[in-house]
Design a protein around this ligand. Structure first.
Ligand SMILES: C[S@@+](CC[C@H](N)C(=O)[O-])C[C@H]1O[C@@H](n2cnc3c(N)ncnc32)[C@H](O)[C@@H]1O
Length: 241
């Protein structure tokens, strides 16, 4: 069986043309959430991100995530995506929800937004997409530089990814800012919990995985479920002078 990483590397997910074509043809525009839905991620968002936060959703796609967050009390979510096709679609779908705005934008250049203007930035699969495109490392570093610029001090960048710390911590460090990273691993069994509607309860554990000083998994740590996803809760720390 092909690993998730190998499947990702086989497609140019960094290409805007790829996404436009995909959103034009995909299942009549039906919503689709990569990795996990809001139900599974809710405990993490509600724990780290107050509902009054100004949230930026990077590479929103046609996911239900932002809509579900508003239903759960979030008051301001700015959604950006490089695909004008999906942004037009989502604008139409949500024009009755004032808490949601949609802007076509390349996350490598977010100059429309002021410095330190968001309390939280959510990224579900977008850094992963850039890392599969051309000039991947440069693109990732440009995006993370912009994330750092538009995020307030002590703000949260929540990265939901298939990438393990051996690669993603390196990506995060490359962009310069010092992040305080708390890592969670979401096993695929949580999908069943979502389906059974358990994940909105407090029963789900939110046990962070201890990281070494270099931001790596401790020696001997085994990720048993290879279908797991990683949640990096990155708090923006003051820059050292
Ligand atoms: C893997 S999908 C994730 C979609 C959504 N976040 C979700 O969880 O279902 C990646 C998204 O990133 C968008 N994207 C790719 N490169 C981008 C870029 N440079 N700037 C903004 N969005 C980008 C794609 O159009 C796509 O909607």
């Amino acid at each position: 069986m092909q690993s998730e990483e190998a499947m990702w590397q086989a497609t140019d997910y960094g290409d805007a043309g790829y996404w436009d074509a995909r959103y034009k043809t995909e299942k009549g525009g039906a919503p689709f959430d990569w990795y996990r839905s809001y139900a599974a991620l809710r405990p993490f968002l509600r724990h780290f991100v107050p509902t009054s936060s100004r949230v930026l959703m990077l590479g929103c796609g046609n996911s239900l995530m932002s809509e579900d967050m508003v239903k759960d009390g979030y008051t301001e979510i700015v959604n950006v995506d490089i695909s004008s096709v999906v942004i037009d679609m989502m604008k139409q779908r949500h024009d009755h929800i004032p808490q949601l705005t949609y802007v076509q934008m390349d996350v490598r250049d977010m100059r429309l937004f002021s410095d330190r203007s968001f309390d939280c930035i959510v990224d579900k699969g977008t850094l992963d997409a850039l890392l599969c495109g051309t000039n991947a490392l440069q693109a990732a570093s440009q995006m993370l530089g912009e994330v750092n610029r538009v995020l307030k001090q002590s703000g949260i960048y929540m990265l939901i990814t298939y990438g393990a710390p051996s690669v993603r911590v390196q990506n995060l460090k490359q962009a310069g800012p010092s992040w305080k990273i708390t890592l969670y691993i979401l096993s695929s069994s949580r999908v069943e919990e979502e389906i059974n509607g358990l994940s909105s309860s407090a029963e789900l554990t939110m046990e962070p995985v201890p990281l070494t000083e270099n931001g790596q998994l401790p020696a001997g740590f085994v990720i048993e479920d290879l279908e797991s996803h990683f949640i990096y809760v990155c708090e923006k720390m003051p820059e050292l002078s």
